[in-house]
Each structure stands twice: as C-alpha cells, then as structure tokens.
Write a protein that binds this ligand. Structure first.
Ligand code: FAD
Length: 518
C-alpha cells in the first residue's frame, strides 16, 4: 500500500498497472524513499520529448522520464524495476542522437542522463594533469569535455565529427573520427568505467578489474549497464590546425592515398574522406562551409567533365602549436607531393583547434536556421573491408546511388584494425584495414524518406549478396538472427554478458537485441 501511495503521489500512474507481487526479495530502504519515485516524471511534454530521436523515423512513448541526480539514483531505479513482477525497461538517453530509436523505451522509463550533470552536483569533468586523464560523467557532452581539458592545455586524442553527443552514448558504440587510424576509436582510449548494471549494482571496471564488464560495456550498445563515469586518456593539446581537402576523380587513387596516409607514423593527425556524388555538386546546395563559391564552381566543372559518378575528397588535418606555421607548411607541402589528387585541387584552410573540432556544430547552426536539422535522418553507417571497398564503391556510387537526388553527406575513410581491441563489443570486419562509410542523408522533401530507405535496403542487399563482410556501425537489425550475424564470433560472449549483467533484459530496449524476460 505504501508503494502504491508513493506512485500515486507522484502521478506515476501508468506503472501502477504493471505492479504485481514483488518478484525479488525485500525492497531496499532507498527504494522505499519517495526520492526515486519523485524523480520519475510523467508529464506529456517530457515523455513526448523522449519519444523520438535525431532520426525522426521511429517513435515510442515511455511511461516516464527519470531525472537522476546521482549514479545511485539510477541503481535504485533499476532495482525498483526488478522488484516488479514484470520489470519495466530502462533506457539511458544521452542526447537522443541515435537514428533508429536506440535510446527509446516504449512503455518503460527513459533515464535523462544530462540530469546527472545539472545543478550543484553537476561538475562531473575532473582533469588529472599528473595522470594525463580526465574523469568524466557519462552524461557529459564531448564539447564540454574539450573545453574543460583545454583549460589545462590537454585534450582527448580521438573525436567524433560532432561534439554535442554524450560520452556514454559514443562509448556505447565506439566513437570514430579522423584520429582513429592512429589512436583507435574512443573506446580504445578509456582506462576505467563506472557502470550501473542491469542488476542494479554499481561497479568500477578496468582492464585489470571486472574486465569482462569493462570490455563488454565499451561498444556494448547500452546492453550491460549504464556508464556513469569514464576515465579518458589525454595528450597535450595543439593550438591550431592546417585543414586540407584534396580532390580526386579516381576512387582507386583516392583510396590508395588514404591508405598511404594512415600507414604513416607522421603526416596528417586526422584523415577522413568524403564522396560527393556528381549530382550533389551540379544540383545540390550552392554553398559550403569549407569551399568558396569559386572553388565550388571549379569542382562542379570537374564533376561535369569526369566519367566517374563522384568527386572524392581526402580531408586531412595537421596540428600545430609549438611548431611554427612555416614548419607545418613545409611538412604539409612535402606530404602533398607524395599524393595523387587532381593537380591544383588542394584546398588549405587554417583554423583554431576548437573551430576545427566543432565544425559540425557550426554547420548545425546553419541547418537549424534553414529548418533542415529536425528532419528524418535515415543514416546508414557501414564498416567495409579494404579488400571489397572498390566493389562497394562500384556497386553503390556507380550503381545504387548513381543519379540519386542530393540528400546529404557521404563519408568514406579507412582505419587500422590493430588500433581496435577485439575484446570490446563493437563488431568490425576481419581485415587489417577497413573503411567507415557513412551515408548521412536527410529526408527534406515529401517522399525522400521512403526513397532513401529503399536505397539503404539496396545497399545492404548488395553487401549481403556479394558477401562483402560489411558490418553496420550504429547498427540496427530487425531480428535476433540479424544481431547474431552482426556480432558473429562475439555473439556467445554478448549473450553471456547479458545473462550476467542484465538477466531480465531491461536495459536499452530500443536496440532490439534481446527481448525483455517476462
Ligand atoms: P543516445 O542516442 O542518447 O544513446 C545511444 C545508445 O546508447 C542508446 O541505446 C542508449 O540507451 C545508450 N546510452 C546512452 N547513454 C548511455 C550511457 N551513459 N551508458 C550506457 N548506454 C548509454 N558517431 C561517431 O562515432 N562518429 C561521428 O563522427 C559521429 N558523428 C555524428 C554526427 C551527428 C550530427 C550525429 C547526430 C551523430 C553522430 N554520431 C557519430 C553518432 C553518435 O555517436 C551516436 O548517435 C551516439 O549514440 C551518441 O549519441 P547520444 O549521446 O545522443 O546517445
């Protein structure tokens, strides 16, 4: 009766319907306190906001949104769920920047992770200068981690292209960007984690301590626990960046140069690449944050004159700070001489380190102003083995997408597998070098979403049919069979970790990997 009263007091009526006899032992004192329940909010404005994500493709309403002030609150919420005969699901939500409902909890509780960092208890970024690491709350935005570490002249080594996403959200996937070829993904740069498991336990883990949970949670798609703290390695921060784009019309030269660049100890500090389908140049947006109008005109001319389906750019960055600009330019010039881009089509910019890292944040402002940010994003991200990247390019850029209407950005860049740790959960192809290919497209006009989804299906089918061994990144699979194939040899370990750390399968249900255990 006390229990029900608490729920009614806080308006948490919908869950009352789920309540039956306690499934587990006696409730802990903390569960009986009004505290946990009072942090669950059921007002429509909050549940509506937690019903969708950046993808705007799927929607699912939770029964409530939980605002924790501490990791212990999350542990209490989970134990509260397990106390029910039919536990409710619990989805930590960073910024909800997933594309396919991964952070949703239909009929369950969404944990609003940013609440951890609000108010008096809020400063959860602590730099150790001697240790060269930062202890950071799982809810923190990488943007804030950057600014906090720069105050000490230090910086994490690996960045996603966009910084307004959370530490826990990217570490649950991998966290990839142009520095991965040298330092591995963000998950390879973590020394220790605090995790609240699906059994409601708060566990500190590292390679030497509870290592199964440590390696499981990194890339674990939120399946084994909620990451509430990560210890991330740091290096000295550069001040400025020479930021370069090099244009190619031949995909073989483009990939050969990318692979040369990622094989070198010195050279660029960041290597990515883009594929610009010809139609996006000839008919797409007539402005760019990087290229001037006259540069765009030259690139359009190049696109019109080439027989290939796309223009390709290597994007590179060379950091400097202690070295002078003149020294960097000499180094850059020597490096460019080794590469085979279209003569005359090397574009060099200078930017501060922060401007460079926050480049997508600046683009976000423009897209928001144009009403083009809160639109459906049927993104498809793939890891493609090096041995099949030209088959992939021929089948996708010259095939499925040839003549496709402009709809966003395509990224394509290689990474070295030896910088990844196979004990972590993220699935990667089984080759020394593999490419990240991101079809980062937006559905702006009526009918775009259906068309883009059809194209995505065709790309996936092509990969399957040709046995390319591609793996989805930020994965989405509709069936458990799809997930088994996705994880491959890792599946048994994933299933065993789930049985240990979230046996009732309540965590991050939006991933759709494990059905809840009733
Ligand atoms: P959410 O979408 O809120 O959550 C993602 C998943 O993780 C959910 O299943 C959720 O339940 C779970 N989760 C969230 N927090 C935690 C936690 N603390 N502990 C355990 N599980 C948790 N990714 C890259 O790797 N590289 C990029 O360059 C890159 N660029 C991007 C650019 C844009 C514009 C956008 C929108 C996304 C980009 N991403 C990139 C993808 C991004 O890494 C994912 O969306 C990721 O999920 C982070 O978003 P989030 O913090 O909002 O997490």
């Amino acid at each position: 009766a006390r229990f029900a009263t608490l729920l009614i007091v806080t308006g948490f009526l919908s869950t009352v319907g789920h309540l039956g006899a306690p499934a587990f032992g006696a409730l802990d004192d903390d569960l009986l306190s009004l505290d946990v329940v009072s942090k669950i909010h059921t007002d429509r404005s909050l549940t509506a906001r937690a019903s969708s994500d950046f993808g705007h493709i799927v929607e699912a309403t939770p029964d409530g949104v939980f605002h924790p002030v501490s990791p212990a609150d999350i542990a209490a919420l989970i134990r509260f769920s397990l106390y029910q005969q039919t536990p409710f699901t619990v989805a930590p939500r960073g910024k909800g920047h997933s594309s396919r409902g991964q952070a949703l909890a239909p009929g369950g509780i969404v944990v609003d992770m940013p609440s951890l960092g609000r108010g008096d208890h809020g400063h959860r970024v602590n730099v150790s200068i001697d240790g060269m690491y930062v202890d950071v709350g799982g809810e923190q935005l990488w943007f804030d981690v950057l600014h906090a570490t720069l105050k000490h002249g230090l910086t994490p080594r690996v960045w996603t292209d966009y910084l307004r996403i959370t530490v826990g959200g990217t570490l649950s996937n991998a966290g990839i960007g142009g520095q991965v070829f040298r330092h591995g993904p963000q998950i390879s740069n973590v020394h220790e984690l605090d995790v609240v498991t699906g059994t409601g336990d708060m566990i500190t883990c590292s390679p030497g301590n509870n290592s199964d949970l440590f390696y499981g949670a990194l890339g674990g798609l939120g399946q084994f626990g909620v990451i509430t703290r990560a210890r991330v390695g740091l290096e000295r921060a550069p001040k400025r960046v020479r930021w370069v784009r090099l244009a190619y019309t031949d995909v073989h030269q483009f990939t050969a140069d990318q692979e040369l660049l990622i094989s070198r100890g010195a050279g660029f500090d960041y290597v990515e690449g883009q594929v610009q389908l010809n139609r996006t140049l000839t008919e797409g947006r007539r402005s760019s944050s990087f290229f001037s109008a006259s540069e765009l005109a030259r690139l359009t001319e190049l696109a019109l004159g080439t027989g290939s389906a796309a223009v390709y750019y290597i994007e590179g960055a060379m950091y400097y700070g202690d070295r002078s600009a003149a020294t960097v330019d000499r180094k850059l010039e020597a490096l460019l001489e080794e590469l085979s881009f279209v003569p005359g089509l090397a574009f060099v910019r200078d930017a501060s380190y922060v401007q460079f890292l926050d480049r997508v944040g600046q683009e976000e402002q423009k897209l928001r102003a144009a009403g083009a940010w809160d639109v459906p994003h049927p993104w498809l991200n793939l890891f493609v083995p090096r041995s099949r990247i030209h088959d992939f390019a021929a089948g996708v850029f010259d095939g499925v997408l040839r003549g496709a209407r402009p709809a966003g950005l395509i990224l394509m860049y290689p990474m070295n597998r030896d910088r990844w740790d196979d004990r972590m959960t993220t699935a990667t192809p089984d080759e020394d070098v593999f490419y990240a290919v991101g079809l980062l497209r937006s559905a702006v006009a009526a009918g775009d979403l259906e068309r883009l989804e059809r194209e995505n299906e065709a790309v996936l089918e092509l990969c399957d049919r040709a046995g390319m061994g591609c793996k989805q990144y930020l994965p989405h699979h509709a069936s458990q069979d799809g997930w088994r194939r996705h994880f491959g040899a890792k599946w048994d370990r994933v299933a065993a970790l789930k049985a240990t750390y979230d046996p009732r399968a309540i965590l991050s249900p939006g991933q759709g990997i494990f059905p809840a255990v009733v």
